[in-house]
Design a protein around this ligand. Structure first.
Ligand SMILES: Cc1cc2nc3c(=O)[nH]c(=O)nc-3n(C[C@H](O)[C@H](O)[C@H](O)COP(=O)(O)OP(=O)(O)OC[C@H]3O[C@@H](n4cnc5c(N)ncnc54)[C@H](O)[C@@H]3O)c2cc1C
Length: 461
């Protein structure tokens, strides 16, 4: 019987779902899957993106873990595609590859002053508070007034984590250094800026509502932002999600002014145009232009520019994918160009061509690197179904590897001295984190340094 030796690069939800769907799919060939990730632990942004105070979402890890624990997928952590293994290696050992490398960096925001000291990308802050091993262990939290630019759920996560009192995060899995950092935070006011109106936000109602329940934090909304036009009124009437968001915000308008030690302000129709230098190269203020509805569902500037003092700015304007050596990349969209998961190219891989249009046989994409950094974890499942369907149907166009045996991959990694981690290793790390948590009466405390993660996983620490 034909056998598909498949490499999946990226052990986030997209990669794990793809493996699971393929293994369960109706097919007339055998399957053997190796799942690679450059991190020593699997689960991608579920472990290193989803906020620690969202245990229900973090709990998706249990379902992903059940897939891996079935034992029919080999896991290789701490192996970076493009550094430890290359496209040529994959062609030598596999019939095909699915890239599920997600999107981990911040999209750019081109406004003056965005590079000043004290101006940060949300993705870096998220990586810090979620204990990502490749980010600094300390984070400057000396600002009293902080701006968060963006009106999506990541902006809410960042604002909530900045505004929340550290002791309210203690029951979560935040690493000790993150608790200490947040505990020392000087913040009093977090200001969230969105250039559109309240009926155009990308927040989900659940995440928005949660803000109003934070102990010791008052929510401040401004009446001037609720002068709706017909399009906004229509949106409230016709879209259930918008209806709920509008209801939540209006309830906050009716609350009497609070006396909490921290405030979270929501500014709508407020388009940041400049981060202002305090004279020493640091963030001193944010300048924003009032906007108004343009009558077609968008907004236009009013010319009225306002300024608020800030000592830090976080831009939460979206994530962006990163190119992989030897793999086509659409520089504009930050994705691997593809048609329903079949990778496309025109000319040389790496050409950055967005108009790629021929199928690159044997190469597939799924998850955020396939369709861009939007959507919830559940969406990566439907993504994976589509990609896997093509992979199965493309049987005639798979690669013909020179060394297809499972052992040959182990030999290659060992020869190169790569300290890879495997599923047993993840179990060891998982147990250690649970034990660290139990010792302090908490569910889990994450191990952060990469070296320590690898040592524990490999049974050396
Ligand atoms: C801050 C934040 C909060 C979120 N909160 C929620 C939420 O509450 N609920 C929800 O449903 N969704 C949430 N999401 C969305 C969710 O995280 C994504 O939908 C999902 O993680 C995308 O899955 P993915 O597998 O495509 O990418 P990822 O989860 O990013 O996984 C990609 C994997 O590829 C690996 N990788 C990358 N490059 C390489 C390489 N060169 N070599 C080897 N491995 C590599 C990475 O280490 C990573 O493990 C959130 C996202 C963010 C950013």
């Amino acid at each position: 019987m034909t056998k598909l030796r498949l490499a999946i690069v990226g052990a986030g939800p997209a990669g794990i779902y793809a493996a699971d769907i393929l293994l369960k799919a109706e097919r007339n060939f055998e399957v053997s899957i190796d799942l690679f990730d450059h991190l020593p632990a699997p689960y991608g942004l579920v472990r290193y993106g989803v906020a620690p105070d969202h245990p229900r979402i973090k709990g998706i890890i249990t379902a992903l873990r059940d897939v891996l624990d079935r034992g029919d997928i080999r896991v290789f952590g701490n192996v970076r595609f493009g550094v430890d293994i290359t496209m040529d290696d994959l062609k030598t050992h596999y019939n095909a590859v699915i890239f599920a490398t997600g999107a981990v960096r911040d999209a750019d925001l081109k406004i003056s002053g965005i590079d000043l000291e004290g101006s940060y990308g949300a993705a870096r802050f998220v990586s810090w508070f979620d204990g990502h091993p490749d980010y600094p262990r300390t984070w400057p939290l000396t600002a009293r007034q902080v701006a968060v630019i963006g009106n999506g759920n990541v902006a809410l996560d960042v604002s909530r984590m900045l505004a929340k009192h550290a002791d309210d995060l203690l029951p979560t899995e935040i690493p000790a250094n993150v608790y200490e950092g947040l505990k020392a935070s000087a913040v009093t006011d977090v200001h969230v800026f969105g250039r559109r109106g309240p009926t155009s936000v990308k927040f989900t109602p659940l995440e928005l509502r949660e803000l109003g329940e934070l102990p010791g934090v008052d929510i401040v909304v401004y009446d001037e932002d609720f002068d709706y036009d017909d399009a906004a009124r229509d949106a409230v009437a016709s879209n259930k999600q918008v209806f709920v968001i509008d209801k939540v915000l209006n309830k906050w308008r009716e609350r009497p002014a609070g006396t909490a030690s921290r405030r979270l302000h929501l500014h709508f129709f407020a388009k940041p145009v400049e981060v202002v230098d305090d004279g020493t190269g640091r963030v001193g203020a944010i300048r924003y232009e009032r906007t108004r509805p343009d009558g077609h569902g968008g907004v236009v500037g009013t010319g009225e520019v306002r300024e608020l003092p800030m000592q830090a700015v976080y831009r939460a304007v979206g994530y962006f994918g990163s190119p992989l050596p030897g793999v086509p990349f659409d520089k504009k969209r930050g994705v691997i160009p593809n048609r329903e998961g079949q990778v496309l190219w025109k000319g040389e891989p790496d050409s950055g061509s967005a108009s790629a249009n021929q199928q690159l046989y044997g190469v597939y994409a799924t998850g955020w690197i396939k369709r861009g950094p939007v959507g919830l974890i559940g969406h990566t499942k439907s993504d994976a179904m589509e990609t896997v369907r093509h992979l199965i149907n493309d049987l005639g166009n798979w690669w013909h590897p020179a060394e297809p045996s499972e052992e040959s991959v182990l030999a290659m990694l060992d020869e190169r001295g790569i300290e890879y981690t495997n599923l047993d290793g993840w179990h060891r790390l998982d147990q250690r984190e649970l034990a660290l948590g139990m010792a302090e009466g908490r569910a889990r405390i994450k191990v952060v340094p990469r070296g320590e993660m690898v040592e524990i996983s490999r049974g050396e620490g």
